[in-house]
Every structure is written in C-alpha cells, then in structure tokens.
Design a binder for this molecule. Structure first.
Ligand code: A3P
Length: 590
C-alpha cells in the first residue's frame, strides 16, 4: 500500500510544514492519461489523492507526458492539452492556477512558440518554471524571464530524480542526501535564492518518500541554523514577487540552442541553427549600408533575409521590440536551408551599431557571427541623416535648420533635443564599437571605409570576401558599374543596363554650411581620436576620412609662433604623433 500511504503522508507533511512555512502547499502535476493506469494499489492511491483534491494546488503536465517540442502543429498540441483539461474538470481538479510545467523542460527554453500559444489558449497559463535558462549549469546562474505574457521562473535542483527513490540506494550513500540537506548544496540553494522552486517525481513521494523526508528535513535545518522566514505563494503571486525582486531579468537573452546539447535535444527537429545568419551588417545608418546589402546579395554564396513588411529590408531584431517576438520569429526571415541554396545567411539592420543592447543580444545568439560596420565621417553621417529625416517629413527636422539641430542647447525644446541626439550620437563611433568589442573578438569585426565603398566598391567587396572566407571569389569589377546619372556604383545587368538603389539613397541636397562643418569637426574631434586608437588596437586600417580629420586635429592644436617655424604640440598630442604620422602614411595595415 505504498502509494496509498504515500499520498496520505503527502497531506500530513503538508499540514506539518504549514506550522513552519505559512501557507505551504504542494503543487501537483497531472497527466490524465496515466490516471488508473497502474497496479491496483496505485489506482487506489490515485483515488485517495483525488479525494483530497481541494487540499493541494494542481498544474497540468501534458495529457500523455509528451514533450511539447515534438508537436510542430500548435492545434495538435492544444488538442492534447484539452484532453488533460477535460480530465481535470471531470475530477474536480482546479484549472485556474495559471501555472504549468512542460515534461522534460521541453518547449519552455529554448522557446517553442507553439507551446506558449497553446498553453495560453487552452489553460490561460501565465507562469511556468525551468532549470534550463540560461543553462542547467552552473545552477547559481539560473535566471527567469518573461516571454509572450508567460513568466518563466528559475527552478532549482533538489537532488532527487526518477532513479533516486530508495534511501539506502542514494547515489554515493544515503549520507550524500543528508549532506545536501544539512548545510550542503540544497541548503545553500535556499539560503542564496530568495525564491526557490523545487520539483520531484511521484516516485519520490511513494516508495521511501524521499521527497517528504527531504523537504521536511530542509525546513528544519533552515529554521535551526538561520533566521530566514519562509513562506509559500501561489504561482502568479510568486512570479510577481520574483520579477519585482529581479526586474532586470524580465527581458530574456536568447542563446544559440545548438551551443548546449541539452537545449538542442529539446528543440524541435523542424528547427535548425543553420537558419541563423552568419554575418551581420550593423550600420550605422546613412553610411552606405543599403548599397552593401545589395552588393552582398549579388554573391552566389550569400543569402540575405526576406524583407520585412514593417521595416523594408531590415529585420531590426536585436535592437528593439522585435527581439521579444523570439528566435522562431527571427528564423522565419531566413529560408529553410537546402542542399541547393547557399546557407551563408546575412542580414543588415543599420541601427544595431549604436544600440545599447544589440551587441550583447547578437553575441548570445550568434557567438560565431562575423560583423561588418561601415564608417563615414560622422559629420557627413549626421548631415545625411538630417536630410533623410526631412525627406521623411519629420516635422522637427523640417522646422529647424541643420545648424539649429546640431547646436541646440540644454534649454532647447525636448523634441529638438531628441532629434539632436538621434542625429549626433551614432557618430560616437569609438563608444559604440567598444560595446561590440566587449562581446565579439576583434577578428570577427570588419570596419569598412564608407568613403571607399562609395568610390571603389569592387575593392571593398574583395576585402569582404576574404574576411568571410567565401569559397567562391567573385570579381565585382565585372558586375558593378558606375552610373553617371545616379552618381553612384550600381549593379550591372545583362545588356549593359544598371540597377541602382532608389532615390532615397544618394539623395541630392546642398552641401553642409561651413559653420556646421566647423562645429562638427570640433564636436567629433575627441571621438575620432578615440576611434583611431581603437582601430590601431584592432589592427584595422584607418579610413581615409579619419586620417584627414586627424591631420586637421593636429594642425588646429599646434600653437604656432609668429615666425611660423615652430609648432608646439600639447603633451597628450606628442603621444599621438607617431600614430598620426603612420596615419598620414597609411601604414595601419592588418
Ligand atoms: P545620401 O543619400 O545622404 O547620399 P544607408 O543605405 O546606410 O542609409 O546609406 C545611404 C547612403 O549611402 C547615401 O547617403 C549614399 O551617400 C551612400 N551610398 C554609398 N554607396 C552608394 C550607392 N552605390 N548607391 C547609393 N548610395 C550609396
């Protein structure tokens, strides 16, 4: 009668634990298909448990304990859940707790959107838990996140598994289990985490009732040796508490599911990491990113993303709200890999460059990716961006001159200040590049001279092909042609015609006024110096425009006596002198 006794003991233990932990309640998972599917005594145990149904909390654990990631079709998954729900209703099991657990952690992380959608549809699930985010080990790094309206809480490991059901057979010796509890890892888990969620299997509540033994002993040990106050909360309140304690964990950080074998095993077989890009063109905006995107797409080994309806060719996944749509959404932008098509996927989203979050997110999902950035003189970039905003009828850009925008002071209207920031901040190149270098090795990053991309795109494409290590090297001198009417290089089509970028790229507008030029030269001076140091460190050549700016910097910082013979460099500039000389000679080569 082990199961009957075990189930009685469950209730008794709950009552006992409540005297130490207010509101302590076991949360029991059910897979309806296995109800009354055991031996006679196990079936009796099932009945007994249901006779106390109101004493416990309950969560659905899938009708037949199937792993959700095996269901590609959301409606089939929902049908399975409905069977379990019907079972719950027939047996008076509450269906409104808003909490569920997926068998074997499947579908929770890595996220299987079909599971999230079916859970919400059938059960109104708001909370779940897993041991797998971001990874099972090390346990102390487990975190929570919120995705698609479902709070995913970190679950802890309690040392009891399906195979550890008898005290005397505990791996190592029974003493090992006691050590875990009495000051060992299990105790430390409770001590170091303000919220702990544990889960063990039914077999640990029958047999030797190790589940009950473990939690009772743990509570006693914690109460004896600490002054921690323990309490139990229902799942939804628990999730609210968790994310109010750890608000920074709300946003998930998607990892590459193929970097962790456990994750790969619980990821749908329909999904493949070969559907992620291997190259990101990160911008910044207005540096020639669309031209580069077109030229890359002409290469037979490279495949671009499908265009986005919202943002034209750009997916804009890593920098903004699209990230919260998850990696299934992102992958949909790339073709399913096939033997016939090339699988070197790339995407460009020009505002990744200066995003606070894109580098970290990209590196988590695409740690091996290659990254390309294009830099033009930040002053020209700012001006091109301003013209772009005017062309898009931005009322603030239409109202104020470029000079007004770049020189607006702290007391200027908020809208103008916002526009100013968006105009100028992407040009703080060194600061943004440093952020990417925090997450990617410098050998993964290629910095292109945007001026050269404009004037000698074929040579730039040679460099890129080498950087990417492509098998086929294409001679872009033969497939690009300068279009005098457009004033830019374009794709050469059969019959000698050219396909150029639309009129929004390579716009015609008056030159920047001299006063703004002077202001921006001063404004970006230190940023440009920092950039030169950074590129030097990276072993990348300085773009031509940067060399010119540095030369200008030196000239303007020299204090020339009247006879004009002697230039006195400031102390800090002396340090730079050697580098400036190299820059002038163009000897910063890789
Ligand atoms: P302007 O329109 O201000 O001249 P992005 O695609 O990143 O928004 O950059 C647009 C800029 O790309 C254009 O800015 C243009 O100067 C530059 N560009 C570089 N090569 C080009 C090309 N082959 N065709 C069109 N524009 C090109």
């Amino acid at each position: 009668m082990a199961f009957v006794m075990g189930n009685k003991a469950l209730l008794e233990t709950q009552r006992e634990l409540r005297t130490h932990v207010p509101n302590f309640t076991f949360n029991l998972g059910f897979s309806g298909k296995f109800f009354h599917a055991g031996s006679d005594e196990e079936d009796l145990g099932d009945d007994l448990l249901l006779s106390y149904v109101k004493e416990f909390w309950w969560f659905p654990h899938m009708w037949s304990h199937m792993q959700p990631h095996l269901f590609h079709n959301q409606s089939v998954l929902a049908e399975q859940m409905l069977l379990n729900k019907k079972f719950a209703m027939e047996h008076g099991i509450p269906t409104n707790m808003g909490y569920a657990v997926a068998p074997h952690h499947s579908g929770v992380y890595p996220v299987h959107m079909q599971l999230y959608d079916a859970w919400k549809k059938v059960w109104g699930i708001k909370v779940t838990s897993t041991e797998e985010y971001p990874h099972l080990k090390p346990a102390r790094f487990r975190r929570g996140f919120i995705h698609s309206g479902i709070s995913v809480l970190p679950r802890q490991t309690c040392g009891l598994f399906t195979h550890t059901i008898f005290y005397k057979d505990y791996p190592g010796s029974p003493n090992e289990l006691d050590k875990l509890i009495n000051g060992g890892e299990l105790f430390l888990t409770v001590l170091l985490n303000p919220i702990s969620i544990f889960m063990t299997h039914l077999s640990n509540y029958g047999n030797d009732r190790l589940g009950l033994y473990t939690f009772k002993s743990l509570v006693m040990f914690v109460q004896t040796w600490t002054n921690l106050k323990m309490q139990t909360l229902p799942p939804i309140q628990l999730a609210q508490k968790y994310f109010s304690l750890f608000p920074s964990e709300r946003d998930p950080l998607w990892q590459d599911p193929c970097e962790d074998k456990r994750h790969k095993d619980i990821w749908s077989k329909e999904k493949t990491c070969d559907r992620f890009p291997k190259l990101l063109v990160i911008g910044p905006q207005k540096t020639g990113t669309t031209a580069l995107y077109l030229f890359l797409g002409m290469h037979p080994d490279l495949t671009s993303n499908y265009p986005s309806k919202e943002t034209f060719e750009e997916i804009q996944f890593f920098n903004g709200h699209n990230y919260h749509r998850g990696i299934d959404w992102y992958m949909e932008y790339f073709p399913l890999p096939s033997n016939t098509s090339s699988d070197y996927y790339f995407e460009k989203s020009a505002n990744y460059f200066d995003s606070e979050v894109a580098a970290q997110r990209a590196a988590a999902l695409l740690p091996k990716a290659k990254i390309i950035t294009i830099l033009i003189n930040p002053a020209d970039r700012a001006y091109s961006w301003y013209q772009h905003q005017r062309a898009h009828d931005d009322p603030v850009a239409l109202k104020y001159s470029f000079h007004d925008v770049i020189t607006a002071g702290h007391d200027a209207p908020v809208k103008l200040r916002v526009l100013q920031n968006r105009c100028l901040v992407p040009g703080w190149y060194a600061i943004h590049l440093e952020r990417w270098l925090n997450y990617y090795h410098s050998s993964q990053l290629l910095v292109l001279d945007g001026q050269m991309l404009k004037t000698e795109p074929a040579s730039v494409m040679d460099k890129i092909q080498k950087f990417l290590g492509l098998a086929n090297i294409i001679n872009y001198h033969k497939i690009l042609a300068f279009d005098p009417k457009k004033g830019f290089w374009c794709q050469l089509l059969e019959g000698g015609k050219t396909k150029c970028l639309g009129k929004s790229k390579g716009r015609r507008y008056p030159d920047m006024d001299a006063e703004s030029q002077g202001f921006l030269r001063e404004y970006y001076r230190d940023h440009n110096i920092e950039l030169s140091k950074l590129l030097y460190r990276m072993g990348q050549p300085l773009p031509s425009w940067l060399r010119e700016e540095l030369v200008h910097t030196r000239a303007s910082r020299c204090h020339c006596p009247d006879d004009g013979l002697l230039c006195v460099l400031k102390e800090e500039e002396e340090e730079e002198e050697g580098r400036l000389r190299d820059a002038q000679e163009g000897t910063f080569s890789v």
